[in-house]
Design a protein around this ligand. Sequence first.
Ligand SMILES: *[C@@H]1O[C@H](CO)[C@@H](O)[C@H](O)[C@H]1NC(C)=O
Ligand SMILES: *[C@@H]1O[C@H](CO)[C@@H](O)[C@H](O)[C@H]1NC(C)=O
Ligand SMILES: *[C@@H]1O[C@H](CO)[C@@H](O)[C@H](O)[C@H]1NC(C)=O
Ligand SMILES: *[C@@H]1O[C@H](CO)[C@@H](O)[C@H](O)[C@H]1NC(C)=O
Length: 538
Amino acid sequence: MWRPLLLLAPLLLVLRPPPEAAAGPLSTSTCWIIDESGRRVKLACVNWVTHTEVMVAEGLVKQPLDVISEGIASMGFNCVRLTWPLFLVTDYNLAAVTVRQSFLSLGLNESVAAILVNNPSLVDLPLLQAYKAVVRNLGENNIMVILDNHISKPGWCCNNTDGNGFFGDKYFDPDVWTRGLTKMAGMFCDATNVVGMSLRNELRGPKQNVNDWYRYMQRGAEAVHAANPNVLIILSGLSFDNDLSFLSRKQVKLSFSSKLVFELHWYAFSNGHAWKNGNPNQVCGNISASVMRRAGFLLNQGHPLFLSEFGIDLRGTNANDNRYLGCILGLAAELDVDWALWTLQGSYYLREGVLGMEEFYGVFTYDWCKPRNATFLHRISTLQSPFQGPGLISETKPYKIFFHPTTGMCVVRKSLLVPFQLGPCDESEAWDYTPQHTLALKGTLLCLKAAGDGENVNTGVDCSDSASKWELISDSRMHVSTKMTATDGGRLCLDVGQDGSTIVTSSCRCLGNDIRCDPESQWFRIIDSSRAVVRMYF
Ligand SMILES: *[C@@H]1O[C@H](CO)[C@@H](O)[C@H](O)[C@H]1NC(C)=O
Ligand SMILES: *[C@@H]1O[C@H](CO)[C@@H](O)[C@H](O)[C@H]1NC(C)=O
Ligand SMILES: *[C@@H]1O[C@H](CO)[C@@H](O)[C@H](O)[C@H]1NC(C)=O
Ligand SMILES: *[C@@H]1O[C@H](CO)[C@@H](O)[C@H](O)[C@H]1NC(C)=O
């Protein structure tokens, strides 16, 4: 397949099929989620809130349902993690309450007028029927749904003492929960776009303990599977879904197989202000290692890991969030995990007593009419399709690509005559990282070479000198450093040049303890990819 010959014009092979709807129920195979044909389906979801007091999917006062669903698809998401409060299905007093009545009971009279304009057909539906209409509409737009039991008592979530945190809390009776899960699972038996259920969001609080976790989560999983054997069973960890480390000592025991997925939540604030107050390389290295110990190890145990909440303030003004994002995107690309961004809604009907609160983590603007931050969406777009897994059109072995989390792009070269630049990851060359520490273009005799401080990198055939040897250094392991020394005697690292695109080498930054320093233009993850190679040198 790989013919080591050097021609000047690369051949453009566009082999990647357009995204399709998943065929049939999903299941798991090692750490991947697959469809009935055995092909990997990567969940690239966005969270959508329906668990607050109103119990109506947010945004329906702002835009027609179908416009919102189309917007989700056009932003590249193939899936929604749709939250629901347990009492919506277990409290018989709520069964008959309509959307209109729910708004009115909370004094949201103007919302009724607005929803009458945008979604007249939903206003007089009972709450559960409205929830179903949302699921159905997402299906019509080819969007998969994860039903996420977010809380019991409708309202904003979550804190340690809100009575919804763990089995036995005031609003969290395990029997009621199991009954609710059974009902919900059965109700969506025929909805083919409902591919999974998150059994309970962010277990937490003073009552949390490992024994009860196994006892009740296994029971809940069996109940859901009995009511609907098609859905993936998604289990959250302890401590706000930050901790699944107990699974390294004891496995979950279930009567069925190939349906189990674990979910992890990871925000910047999960570690307080660590990102802002530390050296970015050290913090990224430390926290990534900790995430691997708390959850990442599950991939090696052969379970899919669903990063079901992560996100940032999309105004780009939160330094803690900004630093975290480059790190988490690098790790998410490397592990190629399934994920759900927090969050869709640009605003809430009513949150924590505030009418029409804006959500700055939401991908829609306040009025839900356009994306809040197109740059951010571009940055995550390559993570919306799989790099690895069964069924990708690929060579038999994965190859390496250079992912640049700060831009969401990869190192590419349009021809041998132009310098390496940032470009779409789908157009990356296939690289090998050899035991000799060279970075070789697969199928050629060429390897990557540094040319000096501020100079463009290039390729050459003499791969034995120090300019051709590359190491991953710094605590983040995201600096790709050559052994060629800089003019000042220090190390040279891959970097993005002044024009914001050309790949150069420059002095490695932030290798010490400096907390103000920003290394991000030098952050690259050399990751495995089995995507079809678009550009090859024959
Ligand atoms: C809201 O609507 C209800 C029912 O139509 C009505 O009884 C109530 O007075 C209205 N409240 C306000 C503040 O307009
Ligand atoms: C926790 O949440 C409950 C319910 O939303 C709220 O009443 C309470 O004030 C919150 N406690 C803290 C410490 O934020
Ligand atoms: C990283 O972890 C090490 C050892 O666990 C610790 O000494 C160091 O302070 C941590 N650094 C940061 C920036 O968190
Ligand atoms: C989008 O986010 C980036 C940082 O990621 C920020 O610089 C930019 O100002 C944001 N754009 C908008 C429209 O908020």
